[in-house]
Design a protein around this ligand. Structure first.
Ligand code: KE4
Length: 427
């Protein structure tokens, strides 16, 4: 089904923006058709340019955990904007949100704000290299840590969706310092350490993967990475850009009781404005400029407008039981979808953890990139477009997680399950 106004806007956009979008995964390349252009959003609903109301399951890829245009966040942004949005000078609000974030997350003493998850992860790796004096990092096939050169080596998310995990423009000089292992495979990580003894600055991992669909860590996986880093004096970097302030107040470190050395953030921490961050204990963060020699900077880092949105968001999340509510809603959706997909006699598997969930049309359990890639993408395309026609917007790629927001009502979930039931009959 095409949506006239969105398609017209897409044609216009392509004249002046590469691919018509400012981030590839929005272009619907993985599912076909023209992307939907959103006019506005409120709560759990998107309102597209063709006047349709859609129940939203990507929440801007995670940030809108409390729903769109959440009033306390809007109020904070409007108030701050009237007093100036950025000064390039320190402001008190940066300390306020930094103190709150540090109080919510175990194992960190200090935090540096940047403008995106990519910047946070790129900076965290540089800090790990500066702190250890080593050059190599280990990442996992299918995990995505943003578009910095060191990470576009079998990255997940958009890069995998395009089927070209190694991006042109990444030099061999860079690629040689990124070692790859399969997610949930500790033996491979052990082998990499043995083959590169004394050369590995750290491991960067999505502690719950969200860029191959949602893939929880196997039992003992994170603990195993922790132990290997301790044995080899390397740093463990948890990329919590997706999971931070989403799966628990203290993220996966709290949920799984595994401590990282450096943790990166994005998405939720900015309340929908461009904010990333990376955090660690004082011993590590003291290596960062201007205190230490590891350079990192940013014109708009910690700007008051973004900090106001982030502070309002974290303040909302710091009290109440949004994480438990979201986990219950996601379990309800899981059970409902499972029942109707099974009834339709389909081959599928559903992965879920907290408010992250994904549906894979694969016969084997999806535990890493290889098993995620074995999913039937043609069926996923029909599933995506069928749901869209029913007013349900899920991630436009099988390599993405869905993100529930707490504005979703159980009626919305029931409508979604009914739509899945209807679409499942056509697959
Ligand atoms: P950004 O630079 O897009 O803010 O964050 C990069 C990033 C880092 N780490 C993880 C675990 C991430 O998931 C991301 C970004 N996630 C994608 C969605 N899978 C953002 C969507 C997009 O690229 O447009």
């Amino acid at each position: 089904m095409i949506y006239k106004r969105s398609s017209a806007l897409f044609a216009e956009a392509q004249k002046v923006i590469p691919g018509g979008v400012n981030s590839p995964v929005r272009a619907f390349k993985a599912v076909g058709g023209d992307p939907i252009f959103v006019k506005e959003a409120k709560g759990a609903y998107l309102y597209d340019e063709d006047g349709r109301k859609l129940i939203d399951y990507i929440a801007s890829w995670g940030p809108m955990i409390l729903g769109h245009a959440h009033q306390p966040v809007v109020d904070a942004v409007v108030e701050k904007a009237q007093k100036g949005t950025s000064f390039g000078m320190p402001t008190a609000i940066e300390t306020e949100i930094a103190k709150l974030a540090v109080s919510m997350v175990p194992g960190i003493d200090k935090i540096r704000f940047v403008n995106s998850g990519t910047e946070a992860c790129m900076s965290a790796v540089r800090l790990a290299r500066g702190f250890t004096g080593r050059e190599k990092i280990i990442k996992f096939a299918g995990c995505y840590h943003g578009h910095s050169d060191s990470f576009l080596i079998q990255a997940g998310s958009g890069a995998v969706t395009f089927g070209s995990p190694n991006s042109p423009g990444v030099t061999q000089g860079t690629a040689k310092d990124t070692l790859l292992a399969d997610y949930n495979n500790l033996d491979q990580v052990q082998a990499l350490f043995e083959a590169n003894e004394g050369e590995i600055a750290g491991i960067i991992v999505e502690p719950v993967a969200g860029n191959m669909g949602c893939i929880p860590p196997a039992t003992g996986f994170l603990e195993g990475l922790r132990s290997l880093c301790d044995t080899h004096d390397s740093l463990l970097i948890f990329d919590e850009v997706m999971t931070g302030f989403r799966l628990a107040r203290g993220g996966v470190q709290e949920l799984m009781n595994v401590r990282a050395d450096i943790v990166t953030y994005g998405k939720v921490i900015g309340g929908g404005l461009p904010v990333g961050a990376f955090a660690a204990r004082t011993e590590i963060m003291s290596h960062l400029a201007p205190e230490g020699p590891v350079y990192q900077a940013g014109t708009l880092s910690g700007n008051p407008l973004a900090m106001a949105a982030g502070l309002a968001m974290l303040t909302e999340l710091n009290t109440g039981d949004v994480f438990e509510n979201l986990a219950k809603k996601t379990a309800y959706l899981h059970e409902g979808m499972n029942a109707v997909l099974q009834e339709a006699g389909l081959t599928y598997t559903i992965n879920r953890l907290g408010s992250m969930i994904s549906v894979h049309f694969a016969k084997d359990p999806v535990i890493d990139f290889k098993t995620a890639a074995a999913g039937d993408n043609d069926t996923f395309k029909k599933f995506f477009h069928g749901l869209l026609a029913e007013g349900i917007y899920i991630a436009p790629s099988a390599y993405e997680s869905w993100f529930l927001n707490d504005a979703l009502s159980y009626e919305d979930l029931d409508m979604t399950i009914a739509a899945v039931k209807k679409v499942a009959q056509t697959l």
